[in-house]
Design a protein around this ligand. Structure first.
Ligand SMILES: Nc1nc2c(ncn2[C@@H]2O[C@H](COP(=O)(O)OP(=O)(O)OP(=O)(O)O)[C@@H](O)[C@H]2O)c(=O)[nH]1
Length: 397
């Protein structure tokens, strides 16, 4: 099962393969097909009723062509194996494999009829699959060659210059008709299975990759927290919910104190470590449902749904004490003191958007800096600054 998963991942990640490897995978699909057709030919001419189903002489000639195609295909594979280490990006190899694949399939299809069911499947599936996986220009060239050959053979057959579907004896009985119907399904089955399977795997892989990219675009590279854009969009969503449910929403901005000094005295690397450790502390101090993001260089934004001023003050205090207790060492092993100042507010019905509340929290933060840092200040719309002792159990360091 684990092996299957590994192979699934490999197949799904085929977009990343080198052009030579992609050419080789095409050959790995084509050669077994000719083996499959060869075995079918062998089977059909050995049947006692073969004369009522196929023109055996033609089928024997087709078998020679199949063997020739297998031999040519094997030579191309040997060339590919030779190239894959030395020149994995050698695009002409992909052109060669695509031309081989498309022209030989059209040629093979001629013997059972250029307008048959398997040809339709190949014509439809191969370019879609090819455009996703292979070089576009090479696929266009191969599609153009295959289409030209298909048209030339169809035109020659229509004009009576060559027979149409020379292998086939036109089904004269329901038995012969069933035989041909099953044979055509047998020819088309590998394409149907392979194209469906590959499309499923690749689309799954694409979706996973899209999810990863979306996640990356939302995260701050250093701290792993939501980045500014994402925390603001979370704040917007929380605002809409708070207004709909008529619940309070608290917004807190915090800024590490004298962070320039940390960088200047201990180096940027230590500064980065402080930011990462602070982010971890903040995430750990919040409840499920609260959000935290990196709002600026050393500024973080907390969005606390269903939280009134007193609860939000307690959360901010908890974060403040947690940061104050943080132990980060510089490269020389000295402890770097970390504290932060906090500005808190609640969303007010008069706020046109969450940005108004963020602006107020920023103003409160400015006050916290002015009042000596490492403290929480609250500014509420309508009531102005709220003294810290208005909240029960709100100790300041
Ligand atoms: N190491 C590191 N430093 C950063 C990063 N982003 C911003 N900074 C630094 O953070 C410092 C912020 O300094 P200031 O805005 O002057 O504020 P402060 O020194 O914290 O002073 P107060 O806010 O008044 O307490 C600047 O030196 C920025 O270079 C980062 O990703 N990594």
């Amino acid at each position: 099962m684990r092996r299957l998963t590994v192979w699934r991942k490999r197949i799904a990640a085929a977009l990343e393969w080198s052009p030579v490897d992609k050419g080789l995978i095409l050959m790995a699909m084509a050669i077994p097909l000719y083996l499959q057709y060869f075995l079918w030919s062998l089977y059909v001419i050995s049947r006692p009723d073969s004369h009522s189903l196929v023109h055996t002489e033609v089928v024997k000639r087709v078998m020679e062509v199949e063997l020739l195609l297998i031999a040519i295909g094997s030579l191309i594979v040997i060339a590919g194996i030779f190239l894959r280490r030395r020149r994995p990006d050698y695009l002409p190899f992909q052109h060669a494999t695509l031309q081989y694949y498309s022209l030989s399939l059209v040629l093979m299809s001629y013997s059972i009829g250029t307008l048959s069911f398997p040809v339709g499947i190949v014509l439809l599936g191969a370019p879609i699959f090819g455009f996703i996986l292979l070089n576009r220009r090479a696929v266009w060239w191969a599609a153009a060659s295959a289409f030209s050959l298909l048209m030339a053979l169809s035109y020659a057959a229509a004009s009576g210059d060559i027979p149409y579907a020379p292998s086939k004896v036109p089904p004269a009985s329901s038995h012969a008709f069933t035989f041909w119907m099953l044979s055509e399904l047998f020819f088309a089955a590998p394409f149907l299975i392979l194209i469906t399977f590959m499309a499923d795997q690749m689309l799954t892989w694409w979706r996973d990759r899209e999810d990863q990219i979306r996640e990356l675009s939302r995260r701050d590279g250093l701290t792993g927290l939501a980045n500014r854009r994402h925390i603001l969009s979370e704040a917007d969503a929380a605002t809409a919910r708070a207004r709909r449910d008529e619940q309070p929403l608290a917004v807190v901005i915090l800024d590490l104190d004298h962070f320039k000094r940390v960088n200047d005295s201990h180096g940027h690397g230590t500064g980065d470590r402080v930011l990462k450790a602070s982010a971890e502390r903040l995430s750990a101090a919040l409840r499920a449902g609260d959000s935290v993001g990196r709002y600026g260089g050393e500024e973080f934004l907390l969005v606390l749904p269903n939280t009134d001023a007193s609860e939000a003050h307690a959360v901010a205090e908890r974060c403040r004490l947690s940061l104050q207790a943080l132990i980060v060492h510089n490269d020389q092993g000295l402890r770097v003191p970390v504290t932060a100042s906090f500005g808190l507010t609640l969303l007010s019905p008069t706020d046109s958007s969450v940005n108004a509340a963020i602006g107020r929290a920023d103003e409160a933060l400015y006050q916290a800096k002015g009042h000596g840092r490492n403290r929480v200040e609250t500014l509420l719309a309508g009531s102005g600054m709220v003294p810290s002792d208005a909240f029960s159990k709100a100790p300041q360091a």
